[in-house]
Design a protein around this ligand. Structure first.
Ligand code: 1PR
Length: 547
């Protein structure tokens, strides 16, 4: 069997994880860089990246548009992913006035949901309802497989899409088309290359599928599609976080701070060494982590460009970890000791090219928000958040917040947003706010986590990673008051972080704050609570989790 897979890569972004997934399955990737090469493709994968308009412009600029239309209308084997599915349609609300390939005569629309009730982008693990039996979605005994979604635009079931609907998914009261198929042309809104073993199995089924259009099942009516139950549910993400730095011997290790102090007093003050980053990441992937976060915690000291080991860690991890990888630390404009200047976007590019799906910005986000607010909340287009979101999409930009709780007797005592706390301060103070820190908690700034989160959302961040220095490493549970306050402040996903000590803490933070994900570091590294045990406990409490 011919094990070649042609990949239409117009160089816009991170296709490494898709290449890694295809190669993991024993196939060889052949890059397609011209219309002529496209004509020789027998099995084409198209991972659209960025915005609809930029994808169509890149196809046109590369001379691919007509050749791709011809390939598709000939019904040759095609697998479009996320934006690679959306470009099959006639147009998109994301880029008004821009024509798509028009293979499916229907529009892609902005998610018709209340953004103040449901985070947008739709980010995380959700199920699919199969409407068209095919070798791609074999009967699974009623069990829906979970796949990783991250998107803000959708295709809806309607007459013009009816014959193409393979699966639908439900989110925020909206049932949208999560995959389309007719004959050998197949495309998914979700990312199979980031959907763990289920995603790899789907890619493998496509690559091994008969290359001759099978006899198609009859299309369901739109009413049938909309009537099908049960609804799928977005599962909250359980995330493992790896703080990474060089130890005293110069080796890059996973470490863990107690309130950000990574030196082990009882162990002679050495940097805690909790293992090799790639091995630890693989262990968490195998244990069912829904995402993995690497935080390069000494990057404020030197430029990540010199942190070749960190880039190598990402390259190696992305070869065997097929869930989203976030990397944070040092993403800002930097000047190397030799005077070379690197923009934040350049640093982010290196991380994406090395296999990251999202980048996390900490200290630089505080500076950007302070300037944005001082500038009357007017955007300059010059911040790292804006520049990276513009090129890679807002879903690729996470802002990591490192706040500390501060008590005040009266809300009039500070100009920042405060709330009344259930646990008053040492002198009975009834209110609190959370000043943010930079440089790993070493420097406190006069901006609250509430104001920072809202400013970064306005600047284009796609997700908030909300740490809490008071809770970090204490096993005392998440600061649910802080997390609820920030969740209510923004419409983008919020990841709860810091303090998890028992499986119950994950249930508590999900139920009491409405956050989209719960992250932990210490209890997983110290194996005090295993990740599968957390998921099993959540299931006993009726929480839908990715199996
Ligand atoms: O400022 O853009 O260079 O990014 C630096 C990044 O590194 C930020 O995301 C910052 O939060 C992180 N960081 C810097 N110093 C430390 C430190 O620990 N000395 N880590 C640090 C922050 C967070 C993790 C974990 C939770 C859960 N630590 O430890 O995400 O706190 O921990 P737990 O479950 O053990 O309680 P920039």
């Amino acid at each position: 069997m011919d094990k070649r897979v042609w990949l239409l890569d117009y160089g816009a972004g991170n296709v490494r994880s898709l290449v890694n997934a295809i190669e993991k399955l024993g196939f060889t990737v052949v890059p397609v860089r011209s219309a002529d090469e496209l004509k020789h493709a027998d099995r084409l994968v198209f991972p659209g990246v960025g915005a609809f308009g930029s994808a169509m412009a890149n196809l046109e600029r590369g001379g691919f548009t007509q050749a791709l239309k011809d390939y598709l209308t000939a019904g040759r084997p095609f697998f479009g992913i996320c934006l690679g599915m959306q470009t099959l349609f006639a147009s998109s609300d994301e880029s008004p006035g821009i024509e798509g390939l028009g293979i499916i005569p229907a529009p892609v629309r902005l998610f018709p949901i209340a953004a103040d009730k449901h985070s947008v982008p739709h980010m995380g693990w959700n199920g699919v309802t199969v409407h068209k039996p095919s070798p791609l979605f074999p009967e699974n005994g009623g069990q829906t497989p979970y796949y990783y979604f991250v998107h803000s635009y959708v295709v809806l079931p309607e007459e013009a899409t009816r014959d193409w609907i393979a699966t639908t998914t439900d989110y925020g009261g909206c049932r949208f088309v999560s995959s389309v198929q007719r004959g050998n042309v197949f495309a998914t809104q979700f990312h199979p290359e980031k959907s763990g073993a289920e995603g790899l199995a789907l890619i493998e089924r496509f690559l091994n599928a008969p290359l001759v259009a099978p006899q198609e099942a009859a299309s369901p009516t739109v009413a049938d599609v909309l009537a099908r139950t049960p609804l799928t549910q977005l599962a909250p993400r359980i995330i493992a976080c790896l703080d990474v730095r060089t130890n005293d011997d110069g080796d890059l290790v996973v470490t863990k701070g107690d309130q950000y102090d990574v030196r082990d007093k009882a162990g002679g003050g050495h940097v805690r060494n909790l293992g090799k980053p790639v091995e630890v990441a693989r262990r968490y992937y195998d244990a069912g982590a829904d995402e993995i976060v690497f935080l390069n915690i000494t990057s404020f000291r030197n430029s990540p460009m010199k942190d070749v080991p960190m880039l190598e860690v990402l390259r190696l991890a992305s070869q065997s970890v097929f869930v989203p990888l976030t990397i944070g630390g040092g993403i800002r404009d930097t000047t190397d000791p030799d005077g070379t200047v690197y923009s934040a976007l350049h640093v982010a590019n290196e991380y994406f090219r090395s296999g990251a799906d999202k980048v996390s910005i900490g200290s630089d986000a505080v500076t950007a928000a302070e300037e944005f607010l001082a500038n009357g909340s007017v955007k300059t287009g010059k911040t790292a958040i804006e520049q990276i979101a513009h090129v890679y999409g807002r879903q690729a930009v996470v802002v990591s917040i490192d706040p500390k709780r501060a008590y005040v007797a009266s809300q009039a005592d500070v100009r920042h947003h405060t709330f009344e706390t259930a646990t008053p301060g040492p002198n009975g103070e009834r209110f609190c706010w959370y000043p943010c820190t930079v440089k790993g908690g070493r420097e406190t700034r006069d901006i609250g986590a509430y104001e920072l989160a809202k400013a970064c959302e306005a600047l284009g961040a796609g997700e908030i990673l909300l740490n809490c220095i008071d809770r970090d490493g204490t096993n005392s549970g998440y600061d649910t008051e802080l997390i609820r306050d920030i969740k209510q402040a923004v419409c983008i996903p919020v990841v709860a972080s810091s303090g998890a000590g028992r499986a119950e803490h994950f249930f508590q933070v999900l139920q009491q704050t409405g956050c989209d994900a719960a992250l932990a570091a210490g209890i997983f590294h110290r194996e005090e609570v295993l990740l599968p045990v957390v998921k099993q406990y959540l299931q006993t409490q009726g929480v839908v989790v990715r199996p």
